[in-house]
Design a protein around this ligand. Structure first.
Ligand SMILES: [Zn+2]
Length: 268
């Protein structure tokens, strides 16, 4: 009997969460932002990622929000993701995913720097990363940077290093006009009574309710939560990464809260 109650509750939560997302996508207005999202209406935005597929696995609510509001989104990918010798394939997959996400291919830059190679245990120098990001900001007239948080969202060391590279950039006083925002790990936007963060990370669309509560009551004005207006577009984008599109990633994309909501926090 208890199991039945749990199953019914989970089904009701999933269905109501999907209806919430559907409502937001149909209304196609500012309501997809749970708090004041005006800050993200700047013209030229740079998403800095570490590997091809990071954009589709973690950032699609943000990308969909920005592209549907006419922002000029650029993606800077710091490596080809060559840990398994598939760098050239993965590079092309990112271009294909960017088409799904309505990001012009000419605004996607993928580096293959000898000192920024994909892999656990490979440290990426924050000064080098900062220098590269700085050049991209100057070339594309960027006024807003979005990247991983300190934990690297998934905990991957390359993601953490990219975050440190953006922090290094912000130390430079000549870049005070550039704002930088980080994607907050689900496990870090916690409600006081919610300790089962791993459950939350894989709660799929259900996490939108906790994100609403976190943004409204605990981190007001600090965190902006963006609902994904086009979850199917996210799945289509991830499916372009054919070399990575194995069963456990399919499950990840369906159950990950990052497919349905992104909470962004300003980096000071
Ligand atoms: Zn990655």
């Amino acid at each position: 009997m208890e199991w039945l109650v749990i199953i019914v509750t989970v089904v009701v939560l999933w269905v109501s969460s999907f209806f919430k997302l559907l409502h937001e996508s149909l209304s196609a207005s500012q309501v997809a932002v749970l708090t004041d999202g005006g800050v993200f209406c700047k013209r030229n935005v740079l998403l800095v990622i570490a590997h091809p597929d990071d954009e589709s696995m973690f950032f699609t609510p943000t990308i969909n929000y920005l592209s549907s509001r006419g922002c000029n989104l650029h993606i800077l990918c710091m490596s080809t993701g060559n840990a398994d010798g598939m760098g050239n394939v993965r590079k092309e997959e990112l271009y294909l995913a960017s088409v799904m996400l309505k990001v012009p291919q000419k605004q996607v830059k993928i580096l293959d720097h000898p000192d920024l190679q994909d892999g656990f245990g490979k440290t990426w120098n924050s000064k080098l990363l900062s220098k590269i990001i700085k050049e991209e900001i100057a070339n594309c007239d960027i006024d807003l940077v979005i990247t991983f948080d300190n934990y690297g969202v998934s905990g991957h060391c390359n993601h953490c290093d990219v975050h440190q590279g953006v922090r290094e950039l912000l130390q430079d006083t000549s870049h005070r006009a550039v704002e930088a925002w980080e994607l907050v790990s689900s496990s870090l936007v916690s409600l006081p009574l919610v300790s089962t963060n791993i459950l939350r990370k894989y709660s799929g669309p259900v996490d939108i309710w906790l994100s609403i509560l976190s943004a409204k009551f605990h981190l007001r004005g600090v965190v902006h939560c963006l609902l994904n207006e086009h979850p199917r577009r996210s799945l289509a984008a991830m499916a372009q990464h054919k070399s990575q599109w194995v069963w456990f990633r399919k499950l990840f994309v369906c159950f990950s809260s990052y497919t349905y909501v992104n909470c962004l926090k300003k980096i000071n």
